[in-house]
Design a protein around this ligand. Structure first.
Ligand code: FMN
Length: 358
């Protein structure tokens, strides 16, 4: 348990401890995709963790999926993120921005130009999505052309450059949770017959091209990636070669020397995690959804991970690390205020001291 609170070197970044804020979409950005007015306060209040991974952020207009998510591809976005990042850096904590293209998990009503969503294949996920008009079915997306694939890789590259211009310590490529890159990985959403579909190597190609382009643009030491092996939501079925696909990806990406690998472990495959540990030489961050509090720190203690990421606990407890250290009780996250809205459920979760003073 003690290791959890020890300092850690993530390449040239000194982390105060081994706890990480997992990326959390909060849908409170301004209409043009600039982070909202309270975002700097929200993140700075949570800077007691060793590393913050900021919420999913679209690299382009058509990369947006949900309402009021931030972007990082215009001057206004850069200026907005600079405020957030400065506030976090003032607390001495590094921050990565997570780059996400939603692919088919989108709706024309949620994107700036209301275009049909892009995906590896024209297959709808069979799920609903929240839009300004309420809950709607996710429509059938349009199969990306080879040119659109090239453009999307270029968009990721440019967004990574913008993130660095805003002062970010790096970017995390969102290749998890059923969004565009994951849609390329899974045979259920990728029926392509070109070099981006079919075999493991072909399905992995898009992810590797994006990682390679970003590492080339901003440096491998500022480039990271998140996967969610075994995740089954929103029409994602990884198929019988799913574990081999991830072993291949991790092996190939390791060659690039990226900053960290972030695994959100939905599956039950512990052997796969042990394999990642062997195949990946640099930092490994593990997030286990719904991890009971008494198990916090055990993946670091066992040597399976270098850092552990937590979402809901950090969302609801700005002083998460202090509460852990002192074995104090935790606030519970309120799902009704996860997405959209104002300060309520965003910057008004009390610290332990505020609770005691009240
Ligand atoms: C409100 C909310 C928003 C989320 N947004 C993102 C996101 O933007 N990017 C991402 O990779 N995961 C996202 N997730 C998943 C979390 O990063 C994390 O994997 C998940 O909450 C499980 O970890 P936990 O049990 O510690 O919360 C989100 C989860 C929640 C609850």
């Amino acid at each position: 348990m003690t290791k959890l609170f020890d300092a850690y070197h993530l390449r040239h970044h000194a982390l105060a401890n081994r706890l990480v804020m997992a990326p959390l979409t909060r849908s409170r950005a301004q209409p043009d995709g600039t982070p909202g007015e309270l975002a700097a306060q929200y993140y700075a209040e949570r800077a007691g963790v060793g590393l913050i991974i900021a919420e999913s952020t679209q690299p382009s207009d058509d990369g947006q999926g949900y309402m009021a998510t931030p972007g990082i591809y215009t001057e206004a976005h850069i200026a907005g993120w600079r405020k957030v990042i400065s506030a976090v850096h003032a607390k001495g904590t590094p921050i990565f921005i997570q780059l996400m293209h939603a692919g088919r998990i989108s709706h024309p009503d949620n994107t700036p130009y209301h275009r049909q969503a892009l995906a590896p294949s024209a297959i709808e996920p069979g799920s609903g999505i929240f839009t300004p008009g309420g809950m709607q079915a996710v429509p059938v997306p349009r199969e990306m052309t080879a040119e659109e694939i090239r453009q999307t890789v270029a968009d990721f590259r440019y967004a990574a450059r913008c993130a660095i211009e805003a002062g970010a310590d790096g970017v995390e490529i969102h290749a998890a949770n059923a969004y565009l890159i994951h849609q390329f990985l899974a045979p259920s959403s990728n029926k392509r017959t070109d070099e981006y579909g079919g075999s493991i190597e072909s399905r992995a190609r898009f992810a590797i091209e994006i990682a390679t382009a970003i590492a080339d643009e901003i440096g491998a030491d500022r480039t990271a990636i998140r996967f969610s092996p075994g995740m089954k939501l929103w029409g994602i079925e990884e198929g019988p070669d799913g574990a081999d696909l991830y072993r291949y990806l991790v092996t190939e990406l390791d060659r690039l020397g990226l900053s960290y690998l972030h695994i959100s472990q939905y599956g039950q495959d512990e052997v796969l995690l042990e394999d990642f540990r062997k195949l990946w030489k640099n930092t490994l961050i593990l997030n286990r959804p719904g991890r009971p509090r008494e198990q916090i720190g055990s993946d670091i203690a066992s040597g399976l991970a270098d850092l552990e990421a937590y979402g809901q606990l950090v969302l609801a407890n700005p002083d998460f690390v202090d509460r852990l250290k002192t074995n104090a009780s935790m606030n519970e996250a309120d799902p009704r205020t996860f997405f959209g809205g104002d300060a309520h459920g965003y910057t008004d979760y009390p610290t332990l001291r505020e609770t005691q003073d009240a």
